[in-house]
Design a protein around this ligand. Structure first.
Ligand code: 13P
Length: 256
């Protein structure tokens, strides 16, 4: 199955709107309209509008948000609705990131509510899953990933699921410089795809793209992307520099 790789930059709480614009101007020149990979950039909410102005005519790079609320509107001080993001022209929204799970107490039920609202609005979720080191050492990888997938994707429609991107991010590999080996990534991705197959059937399982995230760098991209079930990357630290992120995108394009 030939799945087009998708490389996404998760800038987390980094870069002002001005810095986002400077990055995108440089980055777009560096990647130069390559159509071999899909690319998405997730700046902070306050940089989305300015980023969209630059990306509106980009043939490669889509815009992503790092979070959303599941309700359409209302008394939710400090929150951002999917309608607000759609109005700017956001294509993807990251949900279930381990930092939101661990620091902000998000659970599978809340992430499921966000996934359902995104599907209803026609915006593509980048749905993150991943185990902690303690869970890995305790032999719980498969039970943790299965729970996150079954509960987080509960009651979703398989037609919309094809538009969803799954990001496998082992928590112990995020921001630590400790990347999963290509074999560890492949094993978790193959398991993830098998659970998707059980729930949503062959067509979704064969088409859905599963990104790897956790200390992805230009020099480990090719090896990771060379794994059969690794269809892209969700990149934190190494996406903050335009040259480094462009190199990751180029290396992902030539991994096969
Ligand atoms: P790093 O690439 O900095 O390890 O972050 C990964 C991540 O959390 C992307 O969402």
């Amino acid at each position: 199955m030939n799945r087009k790789p998708i490389i996404a930059a998760n800038w987390k709480m980094n870069k002002t709107a001005t810095e986002a614009v400077q990055f995108i101007e440089k980055f777009e020149n560096l990647v130069g309209g390559s159509s071999l990979v899909d690319i998405a950039i997730a700046p902070a909410f306050i940089a989305l509008s300015a980023s969209k102005e630059l990306l509106v005519n980009s043939s490669t790079t889509a815009l992503a948000a790092q979070n959303c609320h599941f309700e359409e509107s209302g008394a939710f001080t400090g929150e951002i609705s999917i309608g607000m993001l759609k109005d700017i022209g956001v294509d993807y929204v990251i949900i279930g990131h381990s930092e939101r799970r661990a620091i902000f107490g998000e659970n599978d039920a809340l992430i499921n509510a966000k996934a359902k609202s995104l599907h209803a609005a026609g915006v593509n979720p980048i749905f993150c899953i991943g185990e902690t080191l303690e869970e890995r050492d305790g032999g719980e990888i498969e039970s943790v990933l299965r729970r996150q997938l079954e509960d987080g994707l509960k009651d979703l429609d398989s037609v919309n699921m094809i538009q969803t991107v799954i990001a496998y991010e082992p928590v112990w590999a995020i921001g630590t410089g400790r990347t999963a080996t290509p074999e560890q990534a492949q094993e978790a991705h193959a398991f993830t795809r098998s659970v998707i197959r059980e729930i949503f059937g062959d067509s979704v399982a064969d088409q859905i793209r599963i990104q790897y995230g956790g200390s992805v760098k230009p020099d480990n991209t090719k090896e990771l992307m060379g794994q059969e079930d690794v269809d892209g990357a969700l990149v934190g630290g190494a996406s903050l520099d335009p040259e480094s992120f462009a190199d990751i995108c180029k290396n992902a394009a030539i991994s096969d």
